[in-house]
Ligand binder design. Structure first.
Ligand SMILES: [Zn+2]
Ligand SMILES: [Zn+2]
Length: 385
């Protein structure tokens, strides 16, 4: 913007820049223009999600505007709506959750190079970061201290907080937009943006592949993706479950064996034999039972977050040079790699598609783990609101 004349006002690609001369100094006020978008939000931790209208910024130079086609329902949505993580991430109301977003590009800003109108794209858990810290420079935007989450984060453009994918559209900087493979069912692609990358990233990082024995603890939204990825990477996959009635499904998803954890003889048979175990369970449970199943240099990675601190005897790790690790989603480049991998290996989540009007019912069922294995909201249903 070159004009610095007194009172000059120019509107360019959705940004209003007002230039005033006050006391001899020039000040610039940047006020993005906005449009109204239909959405579903919760007004308080006791309120159900209900139809509303939110303001989205008009696309600026590097923005991509996306018509949302499907949005997965993640456990984080439920925790955030009910303010269950208030100690470390209090919820700002009203909240529009949703960070498993797939859609079609409707408009792009003048400086956007990667996308054009009509492209099938996706947005995951992040919509921005500072792009300059050491973590961003290593393509680990998920660990950026100034990362912007897709919902319930400070909105740098409009003030207030960011609104997620339970909406008819979203506007996102092109760097945080992913390209979709053309051959996949997009309802089942949506959960890849959180459940998928959360399991893919540590499995890739710790070298899961042919000749490796991999364990998956918990067969829910995350666990069922871990089984599919383990299979696609060519590893030998074992599912640990407390319920024998999940056996059939575990095999259908691609498990080579199923271990019922309540059966101590079955557990003993596997002592010291695993290269990698991914633990997706967020309820409190005994992780030592799994550490003892690791072989030398074996790795147990946590992607679920039990509320209570873990009690781990040092010798369980010392003997066998075992590692206990954690992992959170993945960077943008790795998320794109995961989507491309899914296109090549035909991997999607198992979903139950629902209209947005059933979202509160879906939350009740999710709370009881009554879904195989992820809800995916058909956002076309929002048009009738
Ligand atoms: Zn999530
Ligand atoms: Zn950064």
């Amino acid at each position: 913007m070159s004009s610095r004349e007194k009172g000059a006002r120019c509107i360019t690609r959705g940004v209003t820049i007002t230039c005033d001369i006050q006391s001899g100094a020039t000040s610039f006020t940047v006020q993005p223009t906005t449009y109204k978008a239909k959405a579903y939000s919760a007004a308080s931790e006791e309120s159900p999600l209900a139809s509303t209208t939110i303001a989205r910024r008009d696309p600026t130079e590097r923005d991509v505007q996306i018509e949302i086609l499907f949005c997965g329902i993640c456990h984080s949505d439920l925790h955030s709506v009910r303010n269950e993580w208030s100690e470390f991430m209090a919820t700002n109301y009203p909240i529009v959750p949703g960070h498993e977003i797939v859609g079609r590009v409707t408009t792009v800003g003048s400086a956007v190079t990667k996308y054009k109108a009509g492209d099938l794209v996706a947005v995951g858990c992040m919509v921005d970061s500072d792009r300059s810290c050491p973590n961003c420079k290593r393509d680990l935007e998920q660990f950026c201290p100034n990362m912007t989450l897709t919902f319930n984060s400070l909105d740098k453009h409009l003030g207030g907080v960011t609104y997620g994918g339970y909406s008819e559209s979203i506007v996102v900087d092109e760097h945080f937009v992913l390209r979709l493979p053309s051959n996949l069912n997009i309802a089942g692609v949506a959960p890849l943006l959180c459940a998928g990358i959360t399991t893919y990233s540590p499995m890739r990082h710790w070298g899961v592949g042919k000749g490796k024995k991999v364990g998956v603890v918990g067969l829910g939204g995350l666990g069922h993706m871990a089984v599919k990825f383990g299979r696609a990477f060519g590893a030998h996959v074992a599912v640990f479950t407390t319920s024998p009635n999940k056996k059939e499904d575990a095999f259908r998803l691609g498990a080579d064996e199923v271990v019922v954890t309540r059966n101590s003889d079955e557990m003993k048979k596997h002592a010291g034999s695993f290269d990698f175990i991914i633990d997706t369970v967020s309820a409190n449970h005994d992780i030592n039972a799994y550490i003892n199943l690791l072989g030398v240099d074996g790795n147990l990675t946590l992607v679920g977050a039990p509320a209570e601190p873990l009690d781990v005897p040092a010798f369980s790790l010392i003997m066998g040079r075992r590692r206990l690790a954690g992992s959170a989603i993945g960077g943008i480049a790795e998320t794109q790699e995961m989507l491309d991998f899914c296109g090549k290996h035909n991997v999607t989540a198992d979903v139950e598609v629902i209209p947005i009007q059933k979202v509160n019912e879906a939350y009740e069922r999710l709370w009881k783990s009554d879904v195989k294995y992820r809800f995916s909201i058909d956002m076309a249903s929002l048009k009738s609101e």
